[in-house]
Design a protein around this ligand. Sequence first.
Ligand code: C2E
Ligand code: MG
Ligand code: MG
Ligand code: MG
Length: 280
Amino acid sequence: EARSRGRGGIHFFDVAMQAALEERVRLEGWLSKALPDQLRLYYQMQVDCSGTIQGAEVLIRWLHPERGMIPPCDFIPLAEETGMILPIGRWVLETACRQLKAWEAVPATRHLRLSVNVSARQFRQDDFVREVLDVVEQTGADPANLKLELTESMVVENIDQVVDKMARLKAMGIQFSLDDFGTGFSSLSCLRRLPLDQLKIDQSFVRDVTENANDAAIVRTIIALGQSLGLEVIAEGVETAEQRNFLAVHGCSNYQGYHFSRPVPLEEFELQLGQGRRHP
Ligand code: C2E
Ligand code: MG
Ligand code: MG
Ligand code: MG
């Protein structure tokens, strides 16, 4: 870059590059030892329009002994690049399914569903379907309570293969949600072919939905699209009662966001379950 070639520029650039590289190597080394002790799943409730908790999205957290909590945006991309996402993704799936199995044994919690984020590299594996079915079988979880979150970029390439994988999992009762919807470039014809159950409106459209006319129009359009395709629509990043009300008025039936709860450890999520409805 022209500016970094100015006086002292190259030197500064090298130092910054060097530091970034060292951090990457350090994180990579740490990450290879993070499983199973340093990784946790947090649970963020998903509610329907009456405020009833339908289940949760599981979100990974890395509790590093020296560094403290490292957010997923700082290590998921690295884990994708190195391939570490494969054992990590399997661990997430196993942990979620074990939890479903435990809830299924108790009448008050047997309806709960968990949404699990699947990474592109994980989904692209030839034996992804086998892996998910193995985990479901080994844990004994009811596949109908498991929802896999895919993103648009994962489903636009090799659509035939994607549809085939999804169909084989759906045949077992597993559900699918399209995460961060509206930020990618999936075409309507692509969307129509996918055996989805849910569209998840990206939080970037929800943030200013009550102030920004363009965002409001996009959100209304996504909800209408979901309805016409017969899909459940959930909004993520719902932080205020005003946002929730806008969504409800326009027909969005399910919500997730700080207005209801932040992602929390299991013990806290189970306390929330005991407290019943949230901000209907
Ligand atoms: P995502 O799947 O779109 O998850 C939603 C993110 O929004 C989460 O960030 C969640 O904590 C945050 N969020 C929820 N409600 C609100 C709200 O009201 N306001 C705001 N500002 N944010 C909210 P988190 O936990 O940092 O995760 C970031 C991303 O990392 C996820 O985005 C997902 O793409 C990825 N990720 C998280 N866990 C996993 C995992 O187990 N496997 C894979 N492959 N990716 C994961
Ligand atoms: Mg997600
Ligand atoms: Mg999302
Ligand atoms: Mg998102």
